[in-house]
Structures are given as structure tokens and as C-alpha cells.
Write a protein that binds this ligand. Structure first.
Ligand code: FEO
Length: 397
């Protein structure tokens, strides 16, 4: 892809991965990008690299702007391999005067590449690097996404190079937010937040507070994945504020798997009860929905209700997978309940309820178990459970 000048003498030189469909458990149906930025000043700096198989794309992008050997500094904002995979070859090619990273970044780079001979320079929050007419300000953003992560802010351009934060997994030929469909853009950004950053929400809140306190004047945010926010960066900052406060809406997600459709019938009856109480309901059968798409919907759902048939004295594996995934991402302040059909032992509902309690969900009901196929009366009970949870959802405003 052609390099793109995003600010005067600041160029996107990254790679577009049209084909990736799984990003460690996250479904990337529309691919992703690995954004890398090249700043040309008296000194020339490259911010992050790309995933290793995309080295040639990066080199091609750089060569459109400058002879790679002229690059003075490699700035490593994040060591995860989707941004650092090409580092060894890039260092061979550009022979940088300095490889600039956080203290944790140096540690992680050594643990990945074992190259003590690279010219590391460790920076901390508040330190700056002059490139000539432009100055880079560093801000460590530990755990967003890894302990090594940091932001680079170029004051003269009011440009925040934000590493993983504010990203989206979406491969596009467009580079800027205002060139694409807005609802789709925000859906990708929300899915990214729900699946990658939700568990770090308290740190996101802290970071947003620091950014505000530092009075950073930002008119463009350039993340390492997806579109660059130039039209109104405060919109995505506001969205991160909402998501990291874990604000929820009058919405319920029913997530389930079913053996012979009995649990599915129960899901529908519970959904009808919730809808009757005024709640917006979404049903996800895990046979046909990916865990990361369900997680994207859980982001603003006030109630999450899990259903599973009992299999081999436990729950169905898809439901166990989903619970494990949700637990790791730590949604807080949610209402939960369990339901499911069984043949003779019927442990699934109890096991799900235990998992919900461990995740500190507000469990309003011991859950509903139905032997084999639900009767009309059983489905009425499911509807009543939906009503009960629906009223609790509505009471919260
Ligand atoms: Fe895009 Fe944490 O790497």
C-alpha cells in the first residue's frame, strides 16, 4: 500500500493484513492493519514496525519516503509481535543510532530477541526526544496493552501515536476515520475495546485522567491498528471514557448452546420476558456466533444470561469457553442468571451460576433447569425469569 502523509513530514508506512481471521482468539473477519509511522525531521524516527511476514510492505512504505539507512531512531511503543516481529530485520537494515523504548520495553525486547548489542535507550513518562523542529513526548501506558506499552506525542503536530489504544481490527484502503462508515468504525472500535482492553478499564480511566491533567492538545490519534482518528479524536476518547467506566444500557445478552433445542426454547422464552419488561435483548447461540462477537455485545449489556444443556455432568464446551473468556475480560456490575435442559444429572445450571458468582455478577435467581423438553409451564417460568431480570435492568435507569 502507498505510504500516506498524515501530518507534515509524518508518514504512515504500515501494512494491511486483509487475510487474518483470528487474532489470538478474537475473530478478525475484516482483517487488520499494522500501522507504523515515519517522522522526517533533522533526525528521522520510525515508530513501531509490523508483524514479521509484512516486513517487505514496511520496507516498501519506508522507501517511498526515505532511504531506510537514513533513519536515526527506532521507537518501540509496544513489543507484542504484531508490532515488533520485523524489528530484527529493520535494525539490520536501518542500523539505528538508538532503539528507544520503556524500561519494560527493553526487558521484553531482550526476552523476545536476545540482542544485548542493540543500541537501547530507555525513556520514562515525561521524557522528550528532539527530532529538530518536532519534539516527541513519551508517556508510559503500562498494561495498555502490555507492561511495556507507551504513547508518543508530537506536540508540534498535536499528534498522539497511541500504540494499541484506540485501535480497531479492520483492513481498509482508507487511512482516516472520516473516510469510512461511522457506525461500522465504532462497532470495530467497541469490539476491540471489549476483547482487548476491557479488563484494563481502571487503568484506562487513570490514563484518561493523566492525559487531561497534562493538558495534551490532541487533534489526531494514530493507533497501531486500523483507522487514524483525525475528524474528531475526542469522539473516541469519549467512547473510551464510557467503556472504561463500564457504563451499561437497558440491554440483555442471552448466550447459550443447545443439544436438542430445549435450551434454545428456554432462551427464547427468557428473551421474550426481558423484551416484555422493556429491555433490548440479543440471543447468541455459540454454535453460530464467535465468542469475541458476543463479548462485543456484552460491553454495554446490563444483564448476561447463560444457558447450557448438561453434557457429561458439566456444561457444553462452547459455554465453558465463553465463561472462561468473559471471566478474563472482567466485566463489572452485571446481572446474571443461568438456565438449561438436562436428561438425568443436570449440573450445568449450578456450575454456570457458580462461575457467575465468582465473576461477581449479581445473580438474581438460582436459575431454571428443565428435564429433557420444556413444557408450556416450564416456558412460562422462563418468561417470568426474563421479567424478573428485565425489571432489575430497568430499575437501574
Ligand atoms: Fe497490537 Fe498488543 O498488540
Amino acid at each position: 500500500m502507498k505510504s500516506t502523509e498524515i501530518k507534515p513530514n509524518v508518514h504512515w508506512v504500515g501494512a494491511i493484513d486483509w487475510n487474518i481471521r483470528d487474532f489470538h482468539g478474537y475473530s478478525t473477519y475484516k482483517g487488520t492493519t499494522y500501522n507504523s509511522f515515519l517522522v522526517k525531521d533533522e533526525k528521522i524516527a520510525l515508530f513501531d514496525t509490523v508483524k514479521k511476514p509484512f516486513l517487505s510492505d514496511l520496507v516498501h512504505g519506508i522507501r517511498q519516503v526515505v532511504d531506510p539507512i537514513k533513519i536515526d531512531y527506532l521507537i518501540v511503543n509496544h513489543v507484542e509481535m504484531d508490532h515488533s516481529g520485523a524489528i530484527p530485520e529493520i535494525i539490520e537494515l536501518i542500523k539505528p543510532e538508538k532503539v528507544i523504548c520503556s524500561e519494560m520495553g527493553k526487558k521484553a525486547l531482550l526476552e523476545h530477541f536476545h540482542r544485548e548489542d542493540w543500541p537501547f535507550e530507555v525513556v520514562k513518562s515525561g521524557q522528550t526526544l528532539s527530532l529538530g523542529s518536532k519534539t516527541v513526548h513519551f508517556l508510559e501506558t503500562r498494561m495498555l496493552h502490555w507492561p511495556d506499552s507507551m504513547f508518543s506525542y508530537i506536540a508540534e503536530d498535536r499528534l498522539l501515536i497511541s500504540s494499541d489504544a484506540f485501535g480497531q481490527h479492520w483492513a481498509t484502503s482508507e487511512r482516516f476515520d472520516d473516510e469510512v462508515d461511522q457506525p461500522e468504525l465504532f462497532a470495530h472500535a467497541a469490539k476491540y475495546y471489549a476483547n482487548i482492553l476491557l479488563l484494563y478499564s481502571p487503568l484506562v480511566q487513570k490514563l484518561l485522567g493523566s492525559v487531561q491533567k497534562m493538558g495534551l492538545d490532541i487533534d489526531m490519534i494514530a493507533p497501531d491498528h486500523g483507522l487514524i482518528w483525525r475528524s474528531n479524536p475526542s469522539k473516541i476518547i469519549q467512547a473510551y471514557d464510557t467503556w472504561s467506566q463500564q457504563q451499561t444500557t437497558r440491554k440483555a445478552v442471552i448466550v447459550y448452546d443447545t443439544m436438542w433445542q430445549s435450551t434454545e426454547l428456554m432462551a427464547k422464552a427468557i428473551g421474550a420476558g426481558l423484551a416484555d419488561a422493556g429491555v433490548s435483548v440479543k440471543l447468541y447461540n455459540l454454535k453460530v456466533n464467535h465468542r469475541s462477537d458476543v463479548m462485543a455485545q456484552i460491553l454495554d449489556a446490563r444483564a448476561v444470561i447463560f444457558g447450557s444443556s448438561t453434557l457429561n455432568n458439566g456444561m457444553l464446551p462452547t459455554v465453558a469457553d465463553m465463561l472462561c473468556y468473559v471471566k478474563g475480560l472482567r466485566p463489572v456490575g452485571r446481572i446474571g442468571a443461568a438456565f438449561g435442559s438436562y436428561g438425568w444429572s443436570g449440573e450445568a445450571v449450578k456450575l454456570i451460576t457458580q462461575a457467575l458468582e465468582e465473576m461477581k455478577f449479581e445473580v438474581l435467581d438460582p436459575g431454571i433447569r428443565v428435564k429433557f423438553a420444556p413444557t408450556h409451564e416450564d416456558l412460562k417460568r422462563c418468561g417470568e425469569l426474563g421479567h424478573k431480570i428485565g425489571h432489575a435492568v430497568m430499575e437501574q435507569g
